[in-house]
Design a protein around this ligand. Structure first.
Ligand code: GDG
Length: 484
C-alpha cells in the first residue's frame, strides 16, 4: 500500500489532531500508519513574491510530513475570501442572492490551485493515493493531471451540492466541472448531493451515466458516491463518574454553530421566542445557550448575521427576561473542546437548525456526549446532511417557526423511555459509521476504483474545454434542426 497524500486549504496540527474529535483524527492516524504528506496553506499572508513560491515549508511528525505555503495578500483576497467564500460557499449553500461574481476571482483561484499542484508534483511517488479536500481546491486534480500525474486522485466535498439550476448560474461552472472530471472518485456528504451533481453533469456539461454507474464527462470516467463525514465517538463520551456533572437549575437547550448565515441562527432564535410566547409555563425554567464562535469576519454577510443575532437576542431577552432569568445566553466566542463536551452532556435539547449544511458534526457530537441512562433529545433540520442518517432525531423544517417551537415543547416533554430509545438508535448508527470507517471507506473506494478502471489518458484542459464547447454548440443547433 502506498502513501496517503492529502491536500486541503488548511492543514491540521498533527501534534493535536487526536484531541479534535473530527475527521482530522482519522486522517492523521492514516498518515502515520501509511506514511504520507499533507499540503495546505500555512494560514500566513506573505509577500507578493510568495505568488511564485512552490517550495513548501516542511514539518515532520514521525512518518507524516506537513507541507505549507503562504498566500500573498491578493491571493488571500481573491482565492480565499473572494472565490471560495463569496462565490462557492454561498452558491453551494443555495444562496445565489449573496454570491459576488467578481471578475478576476476565478483566475486567481485557479492560479493558487496551479501553484499548489506545482508544489506537490515533485513530492509525489508513483504509488501514492492522493486525496483532495473541499471547495477551495476543486481544480487541483485537473492541474495535477496536466502535469502528467496518473496516480489515483480522489476529491471530497464537505459542503452540499446545489440543484443543477443553481450550479449552472456560476459563470465558471464549466471550468469547475472540468476540474471535477479530473478525479477518479468524488465523495459527497449525502445521496441528495450525489443526485444533484449527477443531474448537473448531465444537464450542464453532457455527462453520461455508464452501465457500471460511473459518469463519463470531459473524456474521463469518474465515480461519485456518498461518504457521510463522521466523528471519533469516544472523544465525546464522558467517562467520569456521573455525579461530577454539574446540575443546572434551568433546563438547557443548546446550539453550537460557527456564526454563519447557513446555520439558521435567526430562525432558531425566532422559534425559541415563539415557544416562550406559546408556552408561558416554561418561563424561568428553560434557557437557550447559543455558542457561536466568529468566522470569516471580513466577509460582509457575516457582519450582517452577527448584527441580526445581537438584535434578536437582545429583543427576546428584553421581552421575556426577569431579574432572575435571562432566556438566551448568546456567546460569540469559541469554547474550549473539554467544556463543550460538558455542555453537550448537560443540555436536555441539542437544537441544530441549518438552512443548508453538508453534514453538521455538532448533531453527531451532541448525541455521542449524552448520558445513555438519561439522554437529551436532538432536534435536527431536515436540510442538514446529517438528517439523511439521523432519522430518530426530531426532524424539523427550519423555515417553519411554528413547527420548531412545537418540536422544542415535544423534546422538553419527552419521557425517559422514548428518549432512551431514540438515543440508542442514533448512537449505534454514529458508532458504526465513525470517522475511521469514513476514512477507510473513501480510501478503499478510491483505490479499488482506480484498480478496476484504468485511468483515461489525461486530456489537456484546453482540449477538453474545446470539445465541451463543441458539444454545447451542437446541442444548441440540434433542437432547431429537428423542427426544420
Ligand atoms: C463544514 C461543513 C460538515 C464549533 N464551535 C466550537 C467548536 N466547534 C466545532 C464543533 C464541530 C465543528 O466545530 C463544526 O462542524 P460542523 O460540521 O457542525 O460545521 P462546519 O464548521 O460548517 O463544517 C459541515 C463539516 O465541514 C465536516 O465535513 O459537517 O456541513 O459546513 O466539530 O464541535 N469547537 C470548539 N469550540 C467552539 O466554540 N472547541
Amino acid at each position: 500500500m502506498g502513501r496517503l497524500v492529502l491536500i486541503s486549504n488548511r492543514v491540521a496540527d498533527l501534534s493535536k489532531a487526536s484531541q479534535a474529535g473530527g475527521m482530522a483524527v482519522a486522517l492523521a492516524d492514516t498518515l502515520r500508519t501509511r506514511g504520507g504528506l499533507w499540503l495546505g496553506w500555512s494560514g500566513k499572508i506573505g509577500e507578493r513574491r510568495d505568488e511564485q513560491r512552490s517550495d513548501p515549508d516542511f514539518t515532520k511528525f514521525g512518518n507524516a510530513t506537513v507541507a505549507t505555503l503562504p498566500l500573498s495578500a491578493r491571493e488571500h483576497e481573491a482565492y480565499y475570501i473572494g472565490y471560495s467564500n463569496n462565490v462557492l460557499w454561498p452558491v453551494f449553500h443555495d444562496r445565489l442572492d449573496i454570491a459576488q461574481f467578481e471578475a478576476g476571482y476565478y483566475q486567481r483561484y485557479l492560479e493558487v490551485n496551479k501553484r499548489f499542484a506545482r508544489a506537490l508534483h515533485p513530492l509525489l511517488r508513483p504509488d501514492d493515493s492522493i486525496w483532495v479536500h473541499d471547495y477551495h481546491m476543486i481544480p487541483l486534480g485537473m492541474e495535477l493531471r496536466a502535469l502528467g500525474v496518473t496516480n489515483p486522485i480522489g476529491f471530497f466535498l464537505h459542503i452540499p451540492v446545489p440543484p443543477a439550476q443553481t450550479f449552472l448560474a456560476i459563470p465558471e461552472h464549466r471550468e469547475l466541472a472540468r476540474g471535477l472530471a479530473a478525479y477518479d472518485l468524488i465523495g459527497l456528504q449525502t445521496k441528495v448531493d450525489v443526485g444533484n451533481l449527477i443531474d448537473y453533469l448531465q444537464d450542464g456539461v453532457f455527462g453520461r451515466i455508464l452501465q457500471d454507474g460511473r459518469i463519463r464527462a470531459f473524456d474521463r470516467e469518474l465515480s461519485i458516491a456518498a461518504f457521510p463525514v463522521a466523528i471519533d465517538v469516544d472523544a465525546f463520551v464522558d467517562s467520569r463518574p456521573k455525579h461530577t456533572a454539574k446540575k443546572l437549575s434551568t433546563t438547557r437547550i443548546l446550539g453550537v454553530d460557527r456564526l454563519d448565515y447557513t446555520k439558521g441562527l435567526p430562525q432558531k432564535f425566532r422559534a425559541f421566542s415563539r415557544f416562550l410566547e406559546k408556552y408561558p409555563d416554561y418561563h424561568g425554567k428553560v434557557l437557550l445557550s447559543q455558542i457561536a464562535p466568529p468566522t470569516r469576519e471580513t466577509v460582509t454577510a457575516y457582519a450582517d448575521i452577527r448584527h441580526e443575532l445581537e438584535t434578536l437576542s437582545g429583543r427576546i431577552n428584553g421581552r421575556f427576561g426577569e431579574l432572575d432569568w435571562v432566556p438566551i445566553q448568546y456567546i460569540h466566542r469559541s469554547t474550549p473542546r473539554k467544556l463543550l463536551v460538558d455542555v453537550y452532556r448537560n443540555s436536555r435539547v441539542g437544537f441544530v437548525t441549518p438552512l443548508r449544511d453538508g453534514m453538521n458534526l455538532v448533531a453527531k457530537e451532541y448525541v455521542a456526549a449524552q448520558d445513555p441512562d438519561d439522554p437529551g433529545v436532538l432536534i435536527l433540520s431536515r436540510f442538514a446532511g446529517a438528517a439523511e442518517q439521523l432519522q430518530e432525531a426530531l426532524i424539523v423544517n427550519p423555515y417553519d417557526i411554528e413547527e420548531m417551537a412545537d418540536a422544542l415543547k415535544k423534546a422538553l416533554d419527552m419521557d425517559l423511555t422514548e428518549r432512551r430509545e431514540r438515543h440508542e438508535a442514533l448512537l449505534s448508527d454514529i458508532r458504526r459509521n465513525d470517522t475511521y470507517a469514513w476514512c477507510r471507506s473513501f480510501l478503499d473506494s478510491l483505490e479499488s476504483t482506480s484498480r478496476s478502471a484504468p485511468l483515461a489518458i489525461p486530456t489537456s484542459p484546453s482540449e477538453a474545454a474545446r470539445r465541451a464547447l463543441q458539444e454545447i454548440e451542437m446541442a444548441r443547433v440540434a433542437p432547431r434542426a429537428r423542427h426544420q
